[in-house]
Design a protein around this ligand. Structure first.
Ligand code: TYM
Length: 330
């Protein structure tokens, strides 16, 4: 292994991940898997903060686990696990709740957004969601946490909690660094390009799912909201075009200058088709592998069991230290 630094990140099994999840996070995880000590997981404890059918949750968790393997993450070398199978997460989260201020948690914009969106179910879990996330990260003494822009505030809170805990008890918890790539960190909705692309959007033309077929991808990108200017160039005043340029740039490696030159005398029709093709090409290997691995049920089960054991082993070491420092009789 080229680098012993620990890289950790999780994703919620709240439905098939979107192109936003992929370009903002998953794709970067796969790139780091060979060179770092990587720990990746399905955050199923987090996903019950929104009401979920039991059967759906189980299926989505299994499917998401398969997708992580399909990404090319190596379950022998990396730790790939399901959060609820590692009880240390809930235990450390409780302890960290007692080192997190009510005011800090109240300031989280995701809490405000989700409370507004699910006003009939503003549960306490939604409020303490970031302390569970801090536990996920701090249990493994992670150095780097690759996430999209929307998770930056939660990462800052995690750092504050770790520093507060260390300030009281000495250097117990590693203070992690967020890894937020400039490009891909915020993929916007295709229907409302000033809003983040999200799988929970009621308008299914707003997002591309990782298992969308080529036809669907073409249709969704063709219907993406742009503007009446009909010229392809990057500007904050053209959020729809800027978003498509961002997607095209991440998928092809072309710079914005290259893209502007490529479409200088062409309209949005040609541009959108090229964007759709680049997305189709980008997702093709993942989709093929995902289909194959989904059928390997026994293998996936075995990987998850081993992943949970390995995760528990690492997590327990930190939890033990924390409990000793706090003064529990253990
Ligand atoms: P989740 O499941 O909402 O999203 C998973 C990852 O995808 C990124 N992402 C995006 N990136 C770019 N553009 C978008 N439109 C977009 N939408 C989502 C997210 O930033 C994230 O990196 N709370 C986390 C899961 C979590 C976690 C953790 C992450 C639980 N514990 C510990 C890191 C470390 C979440 O809900 O991500």
């Amino acid at each position: 292994m080229a680098n012993e630094k620990v890289v950790l990140s999780l994703i919620q099994p709240t439905g098939t991940p979107t192109l936003g999840n992929y370009l903002g996070a998953l794709r970067n995880w796969a790139k780091m898997a060979e060179d770092y000590n990587c720990i990746f997981g399905c955050a199923d404890l987090h996903s019950i903060t929104i009401r979920t059918e039991a059967q759906d949750l189980k299926k989505r968790t299994r499917d998401l686990y398969a997708l992580l393997i399909a990404l090319g993450l190596n379950p022998e070398k990396n730790i790939i696990f399901v959060q609820s199978q590692v009880p240390q997460h809930s235990e450390l989260a409780w302890i960290l709740n007692c080192y997190t201020m009510f005011g800090e948690a109240s300031r989280m914009t995701q809490f405000k957004e989700k409370s507004a969106k699910h006003s009939d179910n503003v549960n306490v879990g939604l409020f303490t969601y970031p302390t569970l996330m801090a536990a996920d990260i701090l249990l493994y003494q992670a150095d780097y946490v690759p996430v999209g822009e929307d998770q930056r505030q939660h990462l800052e809170l995690t750092r504050d909690i770790a520093e507060r805990f260390n300030g009281i008890y000495g250097e117990v918890l590693k203070v992690p660094e967020p890894l937020i790539e400039q490009s891909g960190a915020k993929i916007m909705s295709l229907a409302e390009p000033t809003k983040k692309m999200s799988k929970s959007d009621p308008n299914n033309k707003a997002f591309i799912l990782l298992d969308d077929t080529p036809d669907v991808i073409v249709k969704k990108i063709k219907s993406a909201v742009t503007d009446s200017d009909a010229r392809v160039y990057f500007s904050d005043d053209k959020p729809g075009v800027a978003n498509l340029m961002n997607i095209y740039s991440v998928c092809t490696g072309k710079s914005y200058d290259d893209i502007e030159t490529e479409f200088e005398n062409k309209g949005y029709g040609d541009f959108k088709l090229a964007v759709a093709e680049s997305v189709i090409e980008e997702l093709k290997p993942l989709q093929v592998e995902y289909k194959r691995i989904l059928a390997e049920k026994a293998y996936l089960e075995e990987c998850a069991t081993k992943g949970a054991q390995k995760a528990q082993y690492v997590a327990q070491k930190t939890l033990h230290k924390v409990k000793k420092k706090v003064g529990f009789w253990n």
